[in-house]
Design a binder for this molecule. Structure first.
Ligand SMILES: [Zn+2]
Length: 160
């Protein structure tokens, strides 16, 4: 999927598709399972001052591995990213000038849309994914470890 990002914004084009996670090699490496689909939407628009913008939304359920119990769990992904498309690097304001901290894309007649989607999804994933509270099996494992050991029980008998 290749787009001309300047044209896409200028003509206010729209792309919408459901894409299997199998299409994203780098993403596949960090997932517990390559099952699942991402609902992807890209909108082009011309904003105030003829500023060219792209808005990318990605939604879906991904299988991540819990770093506490090492079991897979469903992670709900729902992100929206906005980019300003500029002609070249000199059009990107310095960090001090860009108070709103926009994200920029350089004009590219052959922009790989899937690469952009994959970058944004990877940025949105937690560094140390974990089950939410009680869903995590690690707690019951820890509880099992805390049970008195047979050795401890013997010690108690002896001391009586
Ligand atoms: Zn867990």
């Amino acid at each position: 999927m290749i787009i001309d990002n300047i044209e896409f914004a200028r003509k206010s084009l729209e792309f919408h598709d459901t894409i299997s996670v199998l299409q994203f090699n780098r993403l596949e490496d960090v997932l517990a399972s390559n099952k699942g689909e991402l609902d992807c939407r890209l909108l082009g628009k011309v904003a105030i001052g003829n500023r060219l913008e792209l808005e990318l939304s990605v939604r879906g359920v991904l299988q991540l591995t819990c770093q506490r119990c090492l079991e897979p769990f469903d992670f709900n992904l729902d992100i929206t990213s906005r980019f300003i498309v500029v002609n070249d690097e000199s059009d990107i304001p310095s960090e001090e000038d860009d108070l709103e901290e926009h994200d920029y894309l350089i004009a590219d007649p052959k922009m790989q849309l899937f690469e952009l989607i994959e970058d944004e999804v990877l940025l949105a994933l937690p560094l140390a994914p974990k089950h939410a509270g009680e869903d995590c099996g690690a707690d019951s494992m820890i509880a099992a470890l805390k049970k008195p050991s047979p050795f401890q029980a013997l010690q108690n008998l002896k001391s009586k």
